[in-house]
Ligand binder design. Structure first.
Ligand code: LLP
Length: 381
């Protein structure tokens, strides 16, 4: 699956994006989108320009969390009205950018933010389209660092305040209330979590209706997980189950639009971090494969204890051996995987860290004055 002969001239480490797999994934999602369903790809997962271009060609909008992301989306040809903008701390320049571009929705997370957006829209003689991010207090079965929908998290507005906040918005001169936004967490593989969200949204809608409040748009965020253990067995996530969970459980009202913000499920499997083996070091207790990629290139294992399958792509036919695969950074957490069995590697071999298309390249840093990894799509080779 990797065009390994073309890799020899590329400086490692680098991210490789398989655009055929990305396109197949986008097509699979399109199968389940009804006319009133809208997909806003969560750009925070990966902003590689070719990836964004294909997402735009598929007709998807984007979910952004910074001015930089909005700029990247506009440059990639995403229409401003298909952009939604979330985040608990939007800076003035970012709000201004959103107003000027005419983005679809500001997903507002607090009353002070609402007031500032109203003021800034008034100064510019325009109207801001606003959805409220509601904290639904739904627990999700995932890593503690990536759950977001609990009352104790910093995200969103508490449910009990929802009616008052909507009424406040409806009184404001330069705000148009557009709907409700939710996101309960990431890397969710249990559909029950999404179903629990549906039930919560249904309750909230009943409550709002009783108050005479109409909600034109519901945005359920993202969160669908992928198979990190077996990327070749499951290259495309289970979108059928995901959309069925919403189709079967969410009670949409007549004319209501449903929005999604999937990130990881769209791009994770199409991306791999390609790295070169520098040394094989045999210790007394362990054998280390020291590679030229480090936690600066792929921080997920160090930050979340995340697992990425490592494959020897130069000599996949070699007899297996056991390694701790580690990077060159001066931190003891710079370990990708321990006691990992893979075909024996030697200096100069290439290894692939799989399922790294989401939250990989975009989270890279320059700690230790390292160069950022390049991102290369299969169409550029
Ligand atoms: N919408 C909102 C409001 C979000 O906060 C997120 C992710 C998404 C959508 C997209 O979620 P996804 O479909 O990708 O699960 N860096 C972490 C993941 C952080 C996710 C943050 N929010 C990781 O590497 O696992």
């Amino acid at each position: 699956m990797f065009p390994i002969e073309k890799f020899s001239s590329i400086r490692t480490p680098f991210y490789y994006y398989d655009m055929a797999l990305l396109d197949a994934t986008l097509q699979e999602i399109q199968k389940y989108l009804k006319p009133n369903y809208h997909m806003h790809y969560a750009v925070k997962a990966c902003t590689n320009a070719d990836v964004l271009k294909h997402v735009a060609q598929a007709g998807f909008g984007c979910d952004c969390v910074s001015g930089g992301e909005i700029e990247a989306c506009l440059a990639a040809g995403i229409k401003a009205q298909d952009i939604v903008f979330a985040g608990v701390g939007k800076s003035d320049w970012e709000i201004e950018l959103g107003l000027k571009a005419g983005i679809g929705f500001f997903n507002v997370e607090s009353i002070p933010e609402l007031e500032v957006i109203n003021e800034m829209a008034k100064e510019r003689n325009t109207t801001a389209h606003v959805s409220f991010r509601i904290n639904p207090n739904v627990g999700a079965h995932t890593h503690a660092n990536i759950t977001t929908g609990l009352a104790e998290n910093k995200f969103g507005i508490d449910m009990e305040d929802m009616v008052d906040v909507i009424r406040m918005a409806q009184q404001m001169s330069n705000i148009q209330f557009m709907g409700l936004h939710f996101h309960i967490g990431s890397q969710l593989l249990v559909m029950d979590d999404f179903i629990a969200l549906c039930h919560r949204v249904n309750e909230l809608q009943d409550k709002l209706e009783a108050e005479g409040i109409q909600v034109p748009n519901i945005n359920v965020g993202g969160g669908l997980g992928i198979d990190y253990q077996d990327p070749d067995g499951n290259p495309i996530p289970n979108f059928k189950a995901y959309f069925e969970a919403y189709n079967d459980n969410l009670k949409l009202r007549e004319g209501q639009h449903l929005h999604f913000e999937l990130g990881r499920a769209v791009v994770a499997q199409c991306g791999s971090l390609i790295s070169k083996v520098l040394f094989v070091k045999k210790g007394h207790y362990k054998q280390f494969a020291i590679v030229d990629a480090g936690m600066t290139d792929l921080i997920r294992p160090a930050l979340y204890d995340a697992y990425h399958l490592v494959q020897n792509i130069t000599s996949p036919e070699n007899a297996p051996e056991k390694y701790d695969v580690v990077g060159p950074i001066c931190e003891s957490s710079d370990v990708f995987v321990k006691d990992h069995t893979m075909p024996a590697v030697k200096r100069g071999d290439l290894v692939a860290f799989r399922s790294a298309g989401a939250y990989g390249e975009i989270m890279a840093s320059q700690y230790n004055c390292r160069r950022l990894p390049q991102g290369i799509s299969s169409e550029k080779l």
